[in-house]
Design a protein around this ligand. Structure first.
Ligand code: ZN
Length: 363
C-alpha cells in the first residue's frame, strides 16, 4: 500500500467500507441472524435519521447520495413498521416514554436534518399516508438563506471541472476530476481534509474553490433549504415538529464553551421567534464522535433541550433514559435502499454490528 497516494487509499477504503456494510447487511438478512438478535439488540425503539427525501437523479457522480433516500424507500420503511405494529411517535413522545420508562410498546421516530425543501415536498406526503409525525431539525442560517452547505458546494465544484487545484497542508496539489470515478476520489479526499479545518479555514477554502470553479455558493442554501416563509406553513402541519440544528451548522466540538452555548441557544430562539412555537429538541451537526461528545451533551442539557440526537448508530434502549442529550439514531442511507434490509435495520442487528455489539454508547 506504500506507493498508493493516500487520497486513492481513502477512496478505496470508502468503497471497501460500503461493500463490507452492504455484505454485512445482506449476511444478517440471509442468515436470519436479525431474528435471533432481536431480543438483545432491538431495544425499546429507534430514531431514524434522514436528510433529503426525493426521487433519484441522473448522473454517476453523486458523492452526497448517502444523504438522500427515495420516497418509495421511506414508504417501504413506514409500511414495514406499521406491519410490525410499532408506534410512530414524535420526539416529545420519545422523551416522555424514556422519562416515564413506558416501554410497553416499541416506537419509531422519524427525524430529518438541515431543513431541506424536499422534506416538505416528498417526505411529508409519504408520512401523511401513514399518519406518521416527523421532526425537522432546522439550521437557522439555512432558513435565513445565509448558510453554507459546503459539502454540496464541493460536489458542484468538482462536478463542473476536470481538475481541481488546492493547497493542502502547505503543498500545492492537483486532483483529477475528469471521470466520475476520479471525481469521487477527489471528493472523498477533499471532504476528509476540509473536515479537519476550523470553521474559518473551511469557509475560506470552500469559497475560494467556488470562486475558481464558478459555483454560486450563496445560492445553494436558498435552492435547497426552506426559508422562514416556507417553514411557517410547513411547521403548522399537525404532523410536523421543528427542532434546532444550531445557527451555522458548525462542528461544535471544535468551538469554545461560549460559542457552543450561543449556537444552541440562539438557534432555538431564532426558530421560536420566526415560527411562533416552542423548540425542545436538538440534533448536533455532523453528530459523530468528532463533533459531539460529553461536553456538548452537557451543554445541550444546560441550554434546556429535552433531547438531543447524535449520528452515532444505535437503537434506543431503556438505559438511554439517563442520556437524553446523547441519543443514537439509525441512518436511512441512500447507499442501502434495499427493502430486504428493513427488518435488519429495525431488529437492531445492523447498528449492533456497527457498534461491535455494544448497546449504549453515550460517553
Ligand atoms: Zn446537518
Amino acid at each position: 500500500m506504500d506507493n498508493i497516494p493516500d487520497w486513492q487509499a481513502t477512496g478505496a477504503m470508502k468503497l471497501l467500507r460500503n461493500t463490507v456494510i452492504r455484505a454485512g447487511l445482506e449476511a444478517l438478512y440471509f442468515s436470519g441472524a436479525h431474528y435471533l438478535l432481536r431480543p438483545i439488540f432491538a431495544g425499546v425503539g429507534a430514531i431514524f435519521m434522514l436528510h433529503h427525501v426525493r426521487p433519484s437523479r441522473e448522473g454517476e457522480f453523486q458523492p452526497n447520495y448517502h444523504l438522500e433516500v427515495e420516497p418509495e424507500f421511506l414508504r417501504a420503511m413506514l409500511a414495514h413498521l406499521r406491519a410490525l405494529d410499532v408506534d410512530i411517535v414524535t420526539m416529545d413522545e420519545v422523551h416522555q416514554r424514556l422519562s416515564e420508562r413506558d416501554f410497553e410498546r416499541r416506537f419509531a421516530c422519524f427525524t430529518l436534518d438541515d431543513g431541506y425543501r424536499d422534506n416538505r415536498d416528498f417526505a411529508l406526503p409519504v408520512m401523511r399516508e401513514f399518519d406518521a409525525p416527523l421532526t425537522i431539525y432546522v439550521t437557522s442560517d439555512f432558513a435565513e438563506g445565509t448558510g453554507r452547505l459546503w459539502w454540496i458546494a464541493l460536489e458542484m465544484a468538482i462536478a463542473g471541472t476536470t481538475a481541481i487545484e488546492v493547497t493542502v497542508d502547505g503543498t500545492a496539489c492537483r486532483f483529477d476530476a475528469a471521470t466520475p470515478a476520479a471525481k469521487q476520489t477527489t471528493f472523498d479526499r477533499l471532504h476528509d481534509w476540509l473536515r479537519t479545518l476550523n470553521e474559518h479555514e473551511l469557509r475560506r477554502e470552500v469559497s475560494a474553490l467556488c470562486a475558481r470553479h464558478g459555483v454560486d455558493e450563496a445560492a445553494i442554501c436558498r435552492d435547497l433549504c426552506m426559508s422562514w416563509d416556507e417553514l411557517k406553513p410547513f411547521s403548522a402541519d399537525p404532523l410536523v415538529a421543528i427542532g434546532a440544528h444550531t445557527v451555522t451548522h458548525c462542528n461544535l466540538a471544535a468551538q469554545s464553551d461560549e460559542t457552543v452555548s450561543e449556537e444552541l441557544i440562539k438557534s432555538r430562539a431564532r426558530i421560536e421567534a420566526m415560527l411562533g412555537r416552542p423548540v425542545a429538541h436538538l440534533a448536533y451537526p455532523y453528530g459523530d464522535k468528532a463533533a459531539a461528545g460529553a461536553r456538548e451533551f452537557a451543554l445541550a442539557r444546560a441550554a434546556g433541550y429535552r433531547t438531543a440526537v447524535t449520528t452515532r448508530p444505535g437503537m434506543v434502549f431503556a438505559e438511554n433514559a439517563g442520556h437524553l442529550t446523547a441519543l443514537p439514531r439509525v441512518s436511512l442511507n441512500g447507499n442501502y435502499q434495499d427493502a430486504r434490509i428493513l427488518p435488519v435495520l429495525t431488529s437492531g442487528a445492523a447498528t449492533a454490528m456497527w457498534n461491535g455489539f455494544r448497546r449504549v454508547d453515550a460517553a
